[in-house]
Design a protein around this ligand. Structure first.
Ligand SMILES: [Zn+2]
Length: 165
């Protein structure tokens, strides 16, 4: 199993100086550490030995877990692993395959809502990336707008905006 923290830190509630430094400078987050602990705890029970957990994104009432191994390994049979994580974290859990394509990742996060378009526009303030969503879909967004905006900015930059129309 691979997680953003080392194997020893995943298995204990203690962070070594290396993992502590990663946490301090923001290369990993508290949620990454929390998920690594849970996966380590469930390693035998849910056969997670081959799982590669890359990072977790905190979206308020939802957590996105990014993996570069098979998504089904982390979802578990009948969704059991994801359900256990969800219960422990107190958040809905969505397992998504890691990608360097930020737009593709954003689309996974927004599901079941599909943006009607993503366009670059030029404004007086400079270049802006507009992610267009139908007004009717607002109620179907998987989590709150503040959390979505936060993740939007971290994935696509500060100039990205959600537009409802
Ligand atoms: Zn460590």
């Amino acid at each position: 199993m691979q997680t953003p923290v080392c194997e020893l830190c995943a298995a204990t509630n203690y962070l070594c100086s290396g993992c502590q430094a990663k946490l301090a400078d923001g290369r990993i987050t508290e949620l990454d550490v929390q998920v690594a602990h849970l996966l380590s705890k469930y390693k035998e029970k849910f056969a997670l030995q081959k799982v590669q957990f890359d990072r977790a994104l905190d979206l308020g009432r939802m957590a996105i877990i990014l993996t570069s191994s098979d998504v089904s390994h982390l979802v578990g049979r009948g969704g059991k692993t994801a359900q256990a994580l969800s219960k422990e974290l107190g958040k809905r859990v969505r397992v998504v395959h890691s990608t360097t394509d930020s737009r593709a990742l954003l689309e996974q996060i927004l599901l079941p809502v599909k943006p009607t378009g993503v366009n670059t526009v030029f404004t007086q303030k400079g270049k802006q990336l507009k992610v267009r969503i139908s007004r009717n879909d607002v109620v179907h967004l998987p989590t709150d707008l503040d959390s979505i905006n936060r993740v939007l900015h971290s994935l696509l930059g500060d100039n990205a905006v959600l537009v409802f129309e």
